[in-house]
Write a protein that binds this ligand. Structure first.
Ligand SMILES: NC(=O)c1ccc[n+]([C@@H]2O[C@H](COP(=O)([O-])OP(=O)(O)OC[C@H]3O[C@@H](n4cnc5c(N)ncnc54)[C@H](O)[C@@H]3O)[C@@H](O)[C@H]2O)c1
Length: 317
């Protein structure tokens, strides 16, 4: 892959701003584009806060001065062609709407250099669909992060029908070289891998509360004080390996039968407005119990930084 010096960020909302922060922190010049009013101010405000997270993660002092220095490497363009024309890598984080993305990829590939990879942050769209109208579809692929991308290491990578294999490998190497934990997906499925896993759990979390089995608070306490803690260490396969002294296969011979019975008892579930109202109220009841001024996002991000440092220290996969 060519030497990357400049990264373009197309779409600077929640995910784009976080990606911009990550690339700035890794030492790249970043040019950003977003058509929204106030996008530039919003981006700079978000990046300023997110950069502080990264310095905290690396336990580095002199934060203000360093943040200001990195901000000088960020340029904002009102014209997409200007933002991408000299970019060596492009991370697209525009709205999750297929027609909009298709038009966006036509515009990006019309103006960017001939050997630049364009990675989409899309949570659920297929690359084969996104690259449909691109002038250079062979360089379009998925680089799906987990929110917030400046902190969470996961990036899911896959190409579409028209993506050239060498660009997929290059993107994998590039993200890995920056300390990300990329996974290569072999088959296009809706929602990729991690979002499908999450939504399997969410479906049951919503179902149990809808059915009155327990409260939203109970579900959250059960996950955050039980499996969630183990999942921050190892995933479902290694945890199953540890569920039996003889390892995974013995664990499944022992637990597989009951587990299949539970699967059989799980029902298809769909949300409607009334149920969203109910689950929203349940969530609010839990938030109210935590008390006024409980900083949910602050606590989450502070804990994430500690967990990420611990994972690094213990060399967890
Ligand atoms: N929010 C998440 O948790 C999450 C996680 C991973 C991936 N993603 C994916 O990242 C992408 C962005 O999601 P988000 O949550 O940041 O949404 P967002 O709404 O916060 O940001 C989207 C941004 O795109 C801008 N935009 C609108 N039209 C545009 C255009 N024509 N060209 C460029 N930018 C345009 C909007 O002004 C907005 O700032 C989506 O594809 C989404 O699926 C989201």
């Amino acid at each position: 892959m060519k030497q990357v010096q400049k990264v373009a960020i197309v779409g600077t909302g929640v995910i784009g701003a976080s990606w911009a922060t990550f690339f700035l922190y890794k030492g790249y010049a970043v040019s950003a584009y977003d058509p929204a009013e106030n996008a530039e101010e919003n981006l700079k405000a978000r990046v300023t806060v997110f950069l502080q997270d990264l310095f905290e993660l690396d336990r580095v002092d002199a934060i203000d001065e360093q943040v200001q220095r990195l901000l000088t490497q960020l340029t904002f363009e009102k014209d997409i062609a200007k933002a991408v024309h000299d970019a060596d890598f492009i991370q697209e984080s525009g709205p999750e709407r297929l027609e909009l993305k298709q038009e966006l990829y036509r515009q990006i590939t019309e103006s960017c250099p001939g050997d630049t990879i364009i990675a989409s942050s899309s949570s659920g769209l297929k690359v084969s669909d996104i690259q449909e109208d691109a002038i250079h579809p062979e360089r379009v692929l998925l680089g799906h992060p987990f929110n917030p991308p400046h902190l969470l290491p996961l990036v899911e990578i896959i190409g579409g029908k028209k993506t050239e294999r060498s660009f997929i490998d290059d993107a994998y190497q590039f993200y890995a070289s920056l300390g990300k934990k990329p996974i290569l997906i072999h088959k296009e499925v809706k929602g990729h891998v991690a979002n499908r896993l999450q939504s399997a759990l969410w479906r049951e979390a919503f179902y149990l509360v809808s059915e009155g089995v327990c409260s939203a608070e109970d579900v959250d306490i059960a996950i955050a004080n039980g499996p969630g803690i183990r999942w921050a260490v190892f995933g479902p396969y290694l945890n199953m390996q540890l569920a039996n002294q003889q390892g995974f296969k013995a664990a499944m011979h022992h637990l597989g039968g009951p587990m299949m019975e539970w699967w059989g008892d799980m029902h298809s579930y769909s949300l409607n407005d009334e149920e969203i109202e109910h689950l929203g109220q349940e969530t609010q009841n839990f938030i109210d119990k935590l008390g006024d001024g409980y900083d949910l996002q602050g606590k989450r991000d502070e804990a994430l930084i500690e967990i990420l440092n611990l994972r690094k220290k213990l060399d967890l996969p």
